[in-house]
Design a protein around this ligand. Sequence first.
Ligand SMILES: C[S@@+](CC[C@H](N)C(=O)[O-])C[C@H]1O[C@@H](n2cnc3c(N)ncnc32)[C@H](O)[C@@H]1O
Length: 233
Amino acid sequence: MNSRAPLAPDTLAALARQAPLELEIETDDQGVAIRLPGAPLSFYHSFTSGALARRARQPKQALLRACNNKARSILKVLDLTAGWGADSLTLACHGQRVTLLEQNRLICAILDYSLQCLAREPTSSEVAGRMRLEQAEAGAYLRQLADDRAFDCIYLDPMFPNHKSSAKPAKEMQILQALTANLDIASGFELALQKARKRVVVKRPAKAPALTAVQPDIVYREKTIRFDVYLTG
Ligand SMILES: C[S@@+](CC[C@H](N)C(=O)[O-])C[C@H]1O[C@@H](n2cnc3c(N)ncnc32)[C@H](O)[C@@H]1O
């Protein structure tokens, strides 16, 4: 986990009060309850219990195949768009070291709190030890990264555009969409192609075009999403 000083719950509450919309936040020893009373929408963010933690431990996910290779030599992953950290947690649960980048201060603070809860659990402190959190914008972070290609894989999961025809996203994604936005993803992707040692992986809606004109080398599909893999070395 990151080595910053632990985040106090009242710091989190103060950040929530600065959010651009009405938001209620409550913490306990497992995670953070988030409520948008106007919407109304609620979601409990926890890396130790609930759906997110259960999903992360499932084997045979397309995400795991996309972010590793047969030799299992992809050890270090940079998640450029951490969001609620579900994908990062999945990779860390399956043995990869993950750096989570999130540009939004409040979301980053929620991740930080839930990571501290995970680190305190004796059975999952090892997983937490494989996760490092940074509040940063993807392009700015990649530009200052040394050219030694420190990350084997760079992963991007930009927010999907809303389509009238598609079903509503899960409530945790609706809350994320209400709180934040994509920032200059295309340039983050271009830089990722230069900086990843082995591959760049992009999560896309199943039927959406590739993120840019560059076409993927491998595609892993699930029912509603797919992972486009760009080999870089
Ligand atoms: C769809 S969410 C990612 C969900 C995530 N994969 C998960 O498992 O929860 C996209 C996230 O990327 C963040 N984001 C968008 N543009 C960014 C950028 N340029 N740099 C860093 N984070 C960014 C948004 O704030 C949002 O939290």
